[in-house]
Write a new protein. Structure first.
Length: 306
């Protein structure tokens, strides 16, 4: 593994050096053209436009001629395999990983726990299983582009990891746990909704938990079966340890975990070395901890054997 990381680190430095050369060359060309045209053009604005356009054209031409784009793609593909796929593979055995694929928008929409804007992106899809529980994860970005006359602005609703755990059984759950600081959740708690589709806010006996989380459910009985003392402790520990605000949603027989980190965690950085980038082990521990804490609660509720 060390040899692979060492090779990848050398590859990163080569790609970074390549990029720096292209950027420096583009700036030099832009400055040279700016100096040549400035005596002939009196308007500073026009000179500035020429400077920017010449720099951008040079950058894209050098990018194309030198094959930088392909080299970065090769580095990215190897990075994803080594730093993302292999750690999951070592922990869970066989996994399916496709960094170009994601979780489709309809899947998130059908959960009814997340507000959706008019822009949706997803990649870094991975699927596996642990102790009989199937899971999948992907990076997701949800945005809403708002147009107001001549102006527009974009609001990011979610940018982070979405993990789905699927439990065997004919469950019919509808429970939502929203961590403090998590925004743009869809609670379906409005009185204008049909009663059978409405979630109600509930509070538990644990005061610390109530300060950190807001719970919406269609059944108090169901919520208390799932939110056992052990699982509540797990959620409280996650709140302080996880790198972002998060929300959980039990929908039918699936548990959705949305972690809003405000970044695409699985993307390689050319500037930072590989030893200071992502730590996939944190996400692996999240999956293992949730399954080990929640699976017994679900199975005991229906008196199934583990």
């Amino acid at each position: 593994m060390k040899d692979k990381i060492s090779y990848l680190e050398k590859l990163r430095k080569k790609v970074l050096t390549h990029l720096i050369i292209i950027i420096v060359a583009s700036i030099i060309v832009a400055i040279t053209i700016g100096i040549i045209v400035s005596p002939k053009v009196k308007a500073i604005n026009i000179v500035l436009v020429i400077f920017i356009i010449s720099g951008l054209v040079t950058y894209f031409l050098l990018n194309l001629i030198t094959g930088y784009k392909k080299k970065f793609k090769d580095y990215k593909a190897y990075y994803k395999k080594l730093m993302v796929e292999e750690p999951f593979q070592e922990t869970f055995g066989h996994v399916n990983f496709d960094y170009k694929k994601g979780i489709d928008k309809d899947t998130i929409k059908n959960t009814g726990i997340m507000s959706l804007g008019n822009r949706y992106y997803s990649n870094d899809y991975l699927q596996g299983s642990y102790k009989g529980v199937r899971f999948e994860r992907a990076d997701i970005k949800i945005q809403n582009r708002v147009y107001t006359g001549k102006h527009s602005f974009t609001v990011t609703y979610f940018n982070g990891r979405w993990i789905t755990l699927e439990f065997d059984g004919n469950y019919n759950f509808n429970l939502q746990i929203i961590g403090k600081g998590f925004k743009h959740a869809s609670t379906k708690s409005s009185f204008f909704r049909k009663k059978e589709c409405r979630r109600s806010k509930i509070e538990l006996e644990d005061k610390v938990f109530n300060e950190l989380f807001t719970v919406y459910a269609q059944s108090d009985h169901e919520a208390k079966y799932i939110l056992t003392p052990e699982f509540i402790d797990t959620l409280k520990n996650m709140f302080y340890a996880i790198d972002g605000n998060f929300m959980l949603g039990f929908i039918d027989n699936k548990l959705h975990v949305a972690i809003n980190t405000n970044k695409d965690a699985m993307e390689p950085s050319l500037i930072k070395n590989l030893y200071t980038t992502i730590d996939v082990q944190k996400e692996i521990k999240i999956i293992i901890n949730i399954i080990e804490k929640i699976k017994p609660s679900l199975y005991l509720q229906f008196k199934w054997n583990l």
